[in-house]
Write a protein that binds this ligand. Structure first.
Ligand SMILES: NC(=O)c1ccc[n+]([C@@H]2O[C@H](COP(=O)([O-])OP(=O)(O)OC[C@H]3O[C@@H](n4cnc5c(N)ncnc54)[C@H](O)[C@@H]3O)[C@@H](O)[C@H]2O)c1
Length: 262
């Protein structure tokens, strides 16, 4: 059994960081088409240009949309189906950190923005993709109808030092765990697998300044491997979760955290 992937992959937050790296990892491993969604058109266009130059045989569609907006998410899925015929893989990576001073000083506006993006956004995308996969043929064997990965975090299964100001973020990521496991149980018999990916800190535009300012020093001190994860390590873990290699894995949280939550 190989990590080769087939069909069309829909990746949110793919203008940057983990979503962007996942797109190129799937292209390297056999995907036919990539449907890339982000709120940032400039980042999406540059991602598409890099991918089409490197992987001329892979079809790439970019979709500027806000995962918080139900109609935009539904329209994006319809557009993908019209161009590529279906969705076999989905990776929901769009997210924000929403750092605030502490849980008591957190404003309702910030709380709402983080919950809407990191929690409701994942649920809206998951719901739209599941409905589409249900219409598709079950390919049987180790492929089924499709595989979905939701980006959680090691802070979806543990809590960060409070001074990091990630209270709404952590709350949303814990909810992503529930959204993932609940749907995994509901759709397992339909041949749709749904798992959560839980990385430790990775250097991306979301975290770069915070890493530089030492915000993650305590977390990294508590990490037995003593370092951040790399984009490649996280994208490879996602590749495992969406490939036939993980055909008996659903409702799981794959923790890639250098041992921090062990
Ligand atoms: N970087 C880390 O250390 C780390 C660790 C654990 C989990 N994660 C999770 O991984 C995912 C990706 O993070 P990243 O580090 O690659 O961040 P990133 O900032 O590099 O990329 C996130 C992308 O999401 C897009 N986005 C934000 N809000 C959106 C919206 N409303 N609609 C559509 N797109 C939107 C952004 O434009 C950006 O391109 C996030 O869910 C994050 O919480 C990251």
């Amino acid at each position: 059994m190989s990590t080769r992937v087939t069909g069309t992959a829909f990746i949110t937050g793919s203008g940057s960081g983990i979503g962007q790296k996942t797109a190129s990892t799937l292209a390297q491993n056999g995907i036919s088409n990539l449907a890339l969604l982000d709120i940032n058109t400039v980042r999406l266009e540059s991602t598409r240009n890099v991918l089409t130059a490197r992987f001329p045989n892979v079809g790439v569609e970019i979709l500027t949309a806000d995962v918080r907006d139900e109609a935009s998410v539904e329209a994006a899925v319809q557009k993908i189906v019209a161009r590529f015929g279906g969705i076999e893989i989905a990776v929901h990576s769009a997210g924000i950190s929403g750092k605030t001073p502490d849980s008591d000083e957190n404003s309702l506006a910030n709380w709402q923005k983080v919950i809407d993006t990191n929690q409701t956004g994942v649920w809206l995308c998951q719901r739209a993709v599941v409905r589409q996969m249900q219409k598709q043929e079950d390919r049987g064997g180790r492929l089924g109808r499709g595989a979905i990965v939701n980006l959680s975090s090691m802070f979806g299964i543990s809590v960060p030092p409070p001074e990091m100001g990630l209270f709404p973020y952590t709350s949303a990521k814990h909810a992503v765990e529930a959204i993932t496991k609940y749907a995994a149980k509901a759709h397992a018999a339909e041949g749709i697998r749904i798992n959560a990916m839980c990385p430790n800190v990775v250097d991306t535009p979301m975290t770069h300044n915070a890493i530089k300012d030492g915000l993650f020093d305590k977390t990294l001190d508590q990490t037995p491997m003593g370092r951040c994860g790399t984009l490649e390590e996280i994208a490879d873990s996602i590749l495992y979760l969406v490939s036939p290699m993980s055909s008996y894995v659903t409702g799981a949280s794959l923790v890639a955290d250098g041992g921090r939550t062990a």
